[in-house]
Design a protein around this ligand. Sequence first.
Ligand code: UT7
Length: 318
Amino acid sequence: MRARVTGTGSYLPERVLSNADLERMVETTAQWIVERTGIRSRHLAAEDEATSDLAAHAARRALEAAGKGADAVDLVICATTTPDLVFPSTACLLQAKLGIHTGAPAFDVQAVCSGFVYALSIADNFIRSGQSRCALVIGAETLSRITDWSDRSNCILWGDGAGAVVLEPSDEGGIISTHLHADGRYAGLLRVSGGVSRSSLGPNVMRMEGNAVFKVAVNTLDAIVDETLAANQMSKSDIDWLVPHQANIRIIQATARKLGMGMERVVVTVDRHGNTSAASIPLALDVAVRDGRVKRGETVLMEAFGGGFTWGSALLTW
Ligand code: UT7
């Protein structure tokens, strides 16, 4: 019995911030941003819109696509680095918003940009063990709240959004394997300087040594692709679709090259929403499922890399 995605959904907030808008905010050019990142615009949550609101839109769409009502959900996992509150978890707030009153366990997962792959892996284990029959897995972020809008090397990258999937047990297709890793020695390269138990060493905004992160990301993603294929005795040509974390088009292109895949087999949405951390994979997946690119029976590889460092992959038959 495998866990199969039976519905996807996504949501981007209404407000769009273009590269031209950023030209007016920091010393940059639209051309530099597109060439170095592939990003053309990003969406920003409204002042009264919290992560759980974005998540609720995406989750409703995923449940609708799966043909499931709130009463069917028996597990809610929300991957986020930008929760509404310290507690209750965003997953619990979301559960209330969706009217899931089944007593289903609900919790958040914090693995930054790898959060969705981590959450998917946990849900996969719940389904395989028989503990869940209908899991709702969401990646949702309001990164704009922790962005330093005066730091040109950083603020051009991030955006807000949410994506969700419904997972159910199935005899056909589903998640083949997931692979999760972390190495806390790199914590300093990508971080927010303060939190709850450590007083802030500066403003509570993201700091990243972009170039150093970039290099580790490319090498690490190369390695996780190899690990995932080897674990399943599969070769590169067995992969029909790459649905990568949407951080930077150059990182995505490097992984595609590693897989020997043409970019027409890679789902790219980073141009329209920037790096939305845990939301980026389910956002991209939803787009490719709804526009008919990803079809039942095809093999999909998802991979992510982010703060921690954390990284991971999920291989599945759609
Ligand atoms: O999702 C989690 C993981 N995160 C990532 O994977 C992101 C990884 N990093 C990146 O995407 C890239 O490193 C960035 C897009 C952040 C930066 O691109 P880069 O090619 O690594 O540029 P750089 O940091 O090496 O900077 C190159 C030059 C510098 O100028 P000098 O020193 O060569 O004169 C920067 O000051 O570009 C300059 N620069 C900018 N110029 C115009 C930095 N930001 C900007 C900007 N506009 N916004």
